[in-house]
Ligand binder design. Structure first.
Ligand SMILES: [Fe+2]
Length: 391
């Protein structure tokens, strides 16, 4: 017999599973979030922490996910991001708010920009105030607020170009404009709470609920907060996606003109880290100009296309080099890799005569030989910990 009463509306099963994976770093009380698309298993990670990279990689493996994006809510002052390393190790592309000055991020996000992962979309919203470049991200009925809106609190506004006025407007006009049942996932919580909702924060957030802008600004100015412990180390490191640099840090992030008498004969020299970033962001095509035998013996770079400069037997010139290189480049710039950075210069010079924009990757795959004629201990792709595989 048919029921006389309306059948209760049961939410689709999907809505129960469409939640972010929330991960916690106890040292900095930071929450990192992994979101993924159910069918393609493509994933995004928000605010990853360097010291938790093994946990995060294990999480990706456990759920069978392919990381396609790393995203920052802002330049953190209390921990270092693992975005750069995740890009190298998991093949993700890096994205960050354009206003944060994270020059190494492949995608510089503007207000309203979206990142796709499988059929899912993450949308960026400018929410300045904690820092001038801070953003929040909306996915379905979830918002990742970084340090703009915290549970029953908000981020500080007293350094990193913070502004209490800007934060007031970001929270009241951008975040509180989201539907009340939107789940709030903050970048930190120091009291063991996991999430909140826009409705709850609007009604009872101790810093901002019911306050005028002037009252909020006065409250923020009266806070006398200690300096974050890792600020001096974390802020500069996070501006380069957490990638560690040596004394040449400034040089590392941009191509250098060819050295000495090679000047002008090709586009320039790049360190392996920059070449890898260009490859990840799709800006450049990487071409490995070693012989087939060398690659097989020594190792491959994932994603690099093989176009030998010379071939065995006898290291004769590859007669099809020009044609193969043109096909590999398409309309992109080239970064060229060889064993130690000699053949790749010759190949880059040749590419330039073909009208291509070609860069040489310094040190090659194995670097120069040491005093015992062993390679791989003095620099090069593998030595610098860049991604590679044996076969
Ligand atoms: Fe922060």
């Amino acid at each position: 017999m048919m029921s006389m009463f309306p059948v209760p509306q049961v939410p689709p099963l999907e809505s129960f599973t469409m939640k972010p994976i929330q991960l916690f770093d106890p040292a900095s009380s930071t929450y990192t979030y992994v979101l993924f698309d159910q069918s393609s298993r493509e994933a995004v990670i928000i605010d990853p922490v360097d010291e938790q990279i093994e946990r995060d990689l294990a999480t990706l493996r456990e759920y069978g996910l392919k990381l396609v994006w790393t995203v920052e809510t802002h330049v953190h002052a209390d921990h270092i991001t693992s975005a750069g390393r995740l890009a190298e190790l998991a093949g993700a592309r890096t994205a960050a708010p354009a206003g944060c000055g994270i020059g190494t991020a492949g995608v510089q996000l503007q207000n309203g920009d979206t990142l796709r992962f499988g059929d899912e979309v993450l949308k960026a919203y400018d929410t300045p105030g904690h820092t001038a470049g801070s953003m929040s991200y909306v996915w379905r009925d979830h918002v990742f607020t970084g340090d703009a809106l915290l549970i029953n609190g908000c981020g500080r506004t007293d350094f990193q170009s913070g502004s209490a006025e800007a934060l007031y407007r970001s929270i009241t006009q951008v975040l509180f404009a989201l539907p009340d049942d939107t789940t709030v996932w903050p970048a930190h919580d120091y009291k063991g709470r996991h999430s909140s909702s826009i409705g709850r924060e609007k009604a009872s957030n101790a810093r901002i609920a019911g306050k005028t802008e002037a009252e909020f600004v006065a409250l923020m100015e009266s806070l006398d907060l200690p300096r974050p412990r890792r600020m001096d180390e974390a802020v500069p490191a996070n501006r380069s996606s957490g990638l560690q640099h040596d004394a040449d840090a400034v040089l590392e992030t941009r191509p250098q003109p060819p050295a000495g008498d090679k000047k002008g004969s090709y586009a320039g020299d790049v360190v392996p880290e920059l070449a890898w970033r260009w490859l990840q962001s799709g800006e450049a095509v990487m071409v490995d100009v070693r012989t087939d035998a060398e690659r097989e013996w020594v190792g491959f770079v994932p994603g690099a296309l093989p176009v030998a400069w010379k071939q065995w037997p006898g290291m004769a010139m590859n007669p099809d080099f020009d044609e193969q290189l043109r096909a590999a480049a398409g309309d992109k710039k080239l970064v060229l890799l060889c064993r130690s950075g000699v053949r790749s210069v010759a190949a880059a010079q040749r590419a330039t005569t073909l009208g291509l924009e070609a860069y040489n990757i310094l040190e090659g795959f194995e670097g120069d030989p040491d005093a015992d004629a062993h390679r791989g201990a003095k620099g090069g792709w593998r030595y610098r910990g860049m991604p590679w595989r044996q076969n």
